[in-house]
Design a protein. Structure first.
Length: 255
């Protein structure tokens, strides 16, 4: 079942579109969806032709969170560390990801959308960390403090109440807000802008952002300079200025 629980499209423009495909269960993170998503992330990371991934959901929901029925049936206490396929956490990725949130992103759905580098949301999307409503916890939400103000984060976690897409955009959780029909085109255009850039420069830029969230100013500057060395020393670093001088499109190799 895991093969069709998550759909994978490898586009010729270097963009992977990954779709959670269990609309009848609001794409909750049941066993087959988890397995399919782990496989999809691995395929994306190991395919050198793919530069950016867009994650979305089939049907009216993005992802309703964990499978509560499974939790009851197994008597689950603390979830195993590797249970959920979370980008840059339980899944090692070196490429950018975009969440294209088409509907409800609750609990584990918020977790996955939050873990992606960027987020585009439909006006029909909604977001909630609902764990307090069902007696669970949300330790994965800790990095949220780097995205939104503390008091807003506190209210979201303590109440478990959903916020709509407009509010998510206002507080900085969402990069771009779109009409439902425009969601995937806007997400793909954003992905295309990234995919057209120099791969090593993109990687260094992403590393710089992540280092800056985890270190003080001086340490982050030093670490970012170190992370940028492979980019500066690459053939692409010579190709970019040459292409500019010759007034042509750069031919990136990622080397």
């Amino acid at each position: 079942m895991s093969e069709d629980a998550v759909l994978f499209e490898a586009r010729p423009d270097g963009i992977a579109v990954i779709t959670l495909n269990r609309p009848d269960t609001r794409n909750c993170l049941a066993r087959d969806v988890r397995a399919g998503l782990f496989a999809a992330w691995e395929r994306f990371e190991t395919d050198p032709t793919l530069r950016v991934a867009v994650l979305t959901g089939a049907g009216r929901a993005f992802c309703a969170g964990g499978d509560l029925k499974e939790m009851v049936a197994t008597g689950m206490t603390v979830p195993p560390r590797d249970m959920f396929p979370v980008p840059y956490d339980t899944v090692e990725l070196s490429k950018p990801t975009i969440a294209a949130v088409n509907g409800a992103a609750f609990a584990g759905g918020w977790m996955i959308a939050q873990a992606c580098d960027l987020c585009v949301a439909s006006t029909e999307a909604s977001f909630a960390v609902t764990e307090v409503k069902v007696g669970r916890s949300s330790p994965w939400a800790a990095p949220l403090i780097h995205m939104i103000p503390q008091r807003i984060m506190m209210e979201i976690l303590l109440t478990g109440k959903p916020i709509d897409a407009r509010r998510a955009y206002e507080i900085g959780l969402v990069n771009r807000l779109t009409e439902p029909a425009d969601l995937l085109p806007v997400a793909l255009e954003l992905a295309r802008e990234i995919a057209e850039a120099a791969p090593l420069s993109v990687r260094a830029a992403r590393d710089t952002v992540m280092l800056a969230t985890e270190m003080g100013r001086a340490a982050a500057l030093q670490a970012a300079r170190h992370a940028s060395v492979p980019c500066y020393q690459s053939a692409d670093a010579q190709e970019g200025p040459l292409a500019f001088a010759e007034k042509r499109t750069p031919r990136w190799t990622g080397h």
